[in-house]
Design a protein around this ligand. Structure first.
Ligand code: ATR
Length: 286
């Protein structure tokens, strides 16, 4: 039991819908583990009420919040200060309330990179050349994370090619020499498989209720790895196929756990760890 100090620290997660968020399970686990007198609650806020409810929570003395759909861009606009990855991705998923300002962070980039580091050892041998499928909200951060880990070449393929092309151009403008990111037509997405060491599903395909991602892995090297941002189910059809072919996988839950660690530290103090016990606890809520 945490000591009851009468000065409980509060944080939460804001989204709409929010009932199925796993973040309360993660943070409540760490609060108990570190014997902190604190709470972390889900807060459902419709799009139009976001700014008012942030002001209200700030005034009430909350330490900050995680921000999820549909508020990540609004959180970016509202933050007075932003970290490097929030600035680069245009999306904020973590707000930290200080006396006279609200700081915005994007911890998804760190979460994706740390999950790869923890699941694929040594990560350097998997990330030289990567295929990323999807050019939606998650992809920009994933590409940032791959580049920060040292990726030399990233093939990006998306059903709507113009969105992939736009991302390619954004990354091109950030680099002086040849761009590490190039676009592959969706119907040609199998072509880079024989050359890449990592495949990332950054679409929602494979999620419960969604169609499967159609990707045949027969030309992918046995020394490559596959990762998925989808974690419901934990083992997506893509990851099941990869494991059946003897290819290493990193599931999407790890990214969620690792991104949560940064917010916890900023709001509550201690640096939490992502352990097998935490994973088992959170998996019981899936
Ligand atoms: P997120 O924030 O999770 O990335 P998003 O921005 O809606 O969500 O992006 C969803 C991604 O899944 C997009 O890359 C989308 O492709 P489009 O840009 O063509 O919409 C991809 N996606 C969703 N359904 C798909 C389908 N049936 N086939 C192929 N790609 C799909």
């Amino acid at each position: 039991m945490a000591a009851q100090t009468g000065r409980a620290l509060s944080a939460g997660v804001i989204g709409d819908p929010i009932a199925h968020s796993l973040s309360p399970a993660i943070h409540t686990y760490w609060l108990k583990e570190h014997r902190i007198d604190g709470t972390y609650v889900p807060i459902r806020v419709p799009r139009e009420d976001f700014a008012d409810s942030i002001r209200d929570l700030h005034q009430k003395g909350y330490r900050g919040v995680n921000v999820t759909l549909p508020h990540k861009e609004a959180a970016f606009a509202l933050a007075n200060w932003k970290d490097e990855f929030a600035t680069k991705t245009g999306a904020v998923n973590t707000l930290v309330f200080e006396k006279n300002q609200i700081k915005g962070y994007n911890t998804d980039v760190f979460g994706f990179a740390e999950n790869l580091r923890a699941s694929l050892n040594p990560v350097e041998s998997y990330i030289d050349s990567c295929l990323v499928l999807g050019a939606g909200g998650a992809s920009r951060g994933i590409i940032q994370a791959l580049l920060s880990l040292g990726a030399r070449q990233i093939f990006l393929s998306n059903r709507t090619q113009s969105k992939a092309q736009q991302l390619v151009e954004e990354f091109q403008s950030l680099t002086s020499g040849a761009s590490p990111v190039s676009c592959i037509a969706w119907e040609n997405r199998h072509e880079p498989l024989r050359d890449v060491s990592l495949v990332v599903n950054a679409t929602q395909l494979g999620m419960i209720g969604q169609p499967e991602l159609d990707l045949r892995l027969d030309t992918l090297s046995k020394h490559a790895a596959v990762t998925d941002i989808v974690y419901k189910p934990l083992k997506t059809p893509l990851l099941v196929d990869a494991e059946a072919a003897g290819i290493r996988v990193a599931d999407g839950l790890g990214m969620l756990l690792w991104q949560a660690a940064l917010g916890f530290e900023m709001w509550f103090g201690p640096k939490p760890t992502v352990t097998a016990a935490l994973r088992r606890h959170v998996e019981s809520f899936l």
